[in-house]
Write a protein that binds this ligand. Structure first.
Ligand SMILES: NC(=O)c1ccc[n+]([C@@H]2O[C@H](COP(=O)([O-])OP(=O)(O)OC[C@H]3O[C@@H](n4cnc5c(N)ncnc54)[C@H](OP(=O)(O)O)[C@@H]3O)[C@@H](O)[C@H]2O)c1
Length: 279
């Protein structure tokens, strides 16, 4: 008896996602020192204030996605930038008052050179773009996660961006045999060649969020991590809000390093730094 196609597809997605999860269970990437000292934590409010005074502008790629939209919300709540621009393939409906000053640039990612002006004049850029092999096929995945990201970074650099932030993935490795990890590693390396004044790479494990889009495989992986002891699960997964706070806490602290690599542990530590200030 043949199984319904949807069931087979869900099972295949589940297996693929579990394989991906197992890949993520490898030892932590060699990233930047994770610990955040109490002095650093206590200095965060002042760093934010100093940062605000600089009236910087920012762009976000992928602001309609799970991480990008939390990042946008947090940027507005913290009031860190004087100008916020979203660069995406479609205009987002942002009705709430808090979003009234957000600029939107709608671009065709297949002809990005025609939209170079969208990338001009931003001090800081965050890239949360990405798709999945299931959604876009292998070629489509490479097109988005490597080509669109790289071209956007090139245009941002030419447009004057000083600090580029790339949301990558735990296990990213340009010599990996697994397409996902290989592409993530390759794009990390190729963006580095652009020589931004500051380049920050974030390598989270499985992102924990209430995804609006149905992804049964990812749901299964989340259940899998949910069944593990908390200390173990947090080594391989991270809530989206923690990633976003780590990105912003990192952005406001001055750095003389050209490249920073924040692994899952560093993301947890920096993203939750403010929690220790709460009574
Ligand atoms: N999910 C995880 O557990 C996990 C773990 C580690 C790392 N990551 C990485 O983290 C990044 C963000 O993940 P996420 O889950 O927040 O992403 P997401 O929710 O899937 O959002 C992806 C964003 O990319 C845009 N995008 C996708 N395909 C596009 C295309 N063909 N052309 C233009 N824009 C396109 C989407 O725009 P539309 O809304 O217009 O589609 C959306 O804004 C990705 O690079 C992902 O690989 C994810």
């Amino acid at each position: 008896m043949s199984r319904p196609a949807s069931l087979s597809a869900a099972a295949a997605a589940g297996v693929a996602a579990l394989v991906a999860a197992l890949l993520l269970l490898q030892p932590e990437d060699v990233g930047q020192g994770a610990s955040v000292s109490m002095a650093e934590t206590e200095s965060l409010p002042k760093l934010r204030e100093d940062f605000r005074m600089q009236n910087k502008s920012v762009f976000i790629l992928g602001a309609s996605g799970e991480t990008g939209r939390v990042l946008l919300k947090e940027i507005l709540e913290q009031g860190l930038f004087s100008k916020v621009t979203l660069i995406g393939r479609r205009k987002l409906t942002l009705d709430e008052e808090a979003y009234k000053n957000v600029n939107q640039e709608v671009v065709d990612f297949e002809k990005l050179d025609d939209y170079a002006s969208a990338f001009q004049g931003h001090d800081v850029g965050f890239c949360c773009l990405g798709t999945t092999r299931k959604k876009a096929g292998a070629e489509g995945f490479v097109r988005v996660d490597r080509d669109y990201v790289l071209k956007s970074a090139e245009l941002a650099k030419s447009g004057g961006c000083k600090h580029f932030n790339l949301l990558s993935s735990k296990g990213a490795d340009k010599s990996s045999n697994f397409l996902y990890l290989q592409v993530k590693g390759e794009v990390e390396a190729r963006v580095e060649e652009l020589k931004f004044d500051r380049y920050s790479i974030f390598r989270p494990g499985v992102l924990l969020c209430d995804r609006q889009e149905s992804r049964p495989g990812e749901w299964l992986v989340r259940k899998f991590f949910g069944s593990l002891p908390e200390s173990w699960a947090s080594g391989h997964s991270v809530p989206v809000i923690t990633v976003v706070r780590a990105m912003l806490n990192n952005a406001v602290r001055p750095s003389d390093k050209k490249k920073e690599l924040l692994d899952n542990k560093a993301i947890h530590d920096l993203g939750k730094a403010d929690d220790s200030l709460k009574p």
